[in-house]
Design a protein around this ligand. Sequence first.
Ligand SMILES: Cc1cc2nc3c(=O)[nH]c(=O)nc-3n(C[C@H](O)[C@H](O)[C@H](O)COP(=O)(O)OP(=O)(O)OC[C@H]3O[C@@H](n4cnc5c(N)ncnc54)[C@H](O)[C@@H]3O)c2cc1C
Length: 412
Amino acid sequence: MTEYVIIGDGISGSSAAETLREEDPEGSITVITDEGEPLYNRILIKEHAKGKLPEAPISIHEEEWYDERDIDLSLDTHVTRIDTDEKVVHTHEGEDIGYDKLLIATGGTPTQLPVPNSDADGIHHFWTFQDARKIREAAEGSDRAVIVGAGLLGIDFAAVCGAQDIEGKYLMRGDRWWRYALSADGAEIMHEGMRSKGVEPVFESGVDEFEVDDDGHVTAAVDPNGDRYECDWAGVAIGLTFNTEFLRDSDVEQNNGIVVDEYMQTSVEDVYAAGDITRFYDVLLGEQAQNGSWGSAKEQGRVAGVNMAADDEAEPFEWVSSYSITHFDFPFLSFGHPTLGDDHAERKYSDTEWRRIAFKDGKIVGGVLIGDLSPQSKFKQLMREGRVVADQKEVLLEKSVDLDELAPTQEQ
Ligand SMILES: Cc1cc2nc3c(=O)[nH]c(=O)nc-3n(C[C@H](O)[C@H](O)[C@H](O)COP(=O)(O)OP(=O)(O)OC[C@H]3O[C@@H](n4cnc5c(N)ncnc54)[C@H](O)[C@@H]3O)c2cc1C
């Protein structure tokens, strides 16, 4: 009987556990998580923080789900070290758990701002259900907040402000939100969306220090220009630090994330990794990449489970990810790797509609759609087919994309 151990019960770890049980009905499966609750929908915790959704629908698995599948779930258990020679996982309680196959699905932890008082009371990071409960509590009845981090998670803090009627100041380092993927035209639509929710984007700003009161609670953020923004609480979302501390004595290769091939296998035999934590070989992109999205983490967990049970390179990970934002009156979708590539095309269609497509070696590798998401399945199809289309930008930027208009000779 094969003994499988999974560290992490987020969507990637949980999806691997489910797949392993299907693929290997006899195997022993242990899932270890340092959170106090089984899998919940991390995407939906923002709706809870906004005050819109009660707790119940956010949970995905009850503990019975694991019992029914004969999966051993250890809650509140932190893995402190692994020994890949002895094939043992060590926990903070001094327990040693042996494995034949190990999956690391530990994701990341929000990075703290490296400025004075960044750990003060009232400064929030957004990753766990517990974080969301605290943000909701802080937001209810507060008047002013400061947000830092001009990316996909920072905007969730802006949405919390909007939903809870809080005057928000969104301090950004550059001249626009998500400047790595959006031009000024695209970003301006997002800025208007923020303003419509009562959140003011502040450009060429950021935080040099937080001020606190006598009780150590945050009272203001001071930006590099010396401007001071008073606040009842602050939300910081400047990125993730990957949870790899327990790997410090191991040979598992890391490169700002755990390096895996397309089969989710690490550099060490019988050790796999899945989800946000991986730097994986992206077969569509033709190079190593990273991805912080729910669908991708779920699929990586499933693929890892298949390959762990097969004891072989049975199935590669081949996936076009997407990430949507639904806080505003217009929809937003990012797909693939919108910040990569060597060429791009973009067009603004109206005050709420914009499109950008990123290409590498003539092939689509990602993009951002604002306002009209209808072309997404066509762009994803072209990505999966690996078609060279960068010389036909006009067809791709037509308001209504017709793939039949693409020259057939460009197919590879
Ligand atoms: C507020 C918010 C909104 C989001 N919105 C979207 C969205 O709209 N669309 C989208 O696609 N994605 C979204 N995401 C991102 C998405 O949720 C993640 O990409 C996905 O959950 C990653 O899953 P994972 O299993 O790789 O890691 P995680 O979900 O981070 O799970 C890792 C688990 O491992 C545990 N762990 C870590 N270290 C240890 C250890 N040493 N011992 C034991 N356990 C450990 C952690 O506590 C955690 O439970 C959002 C994320 C957040 C926080």
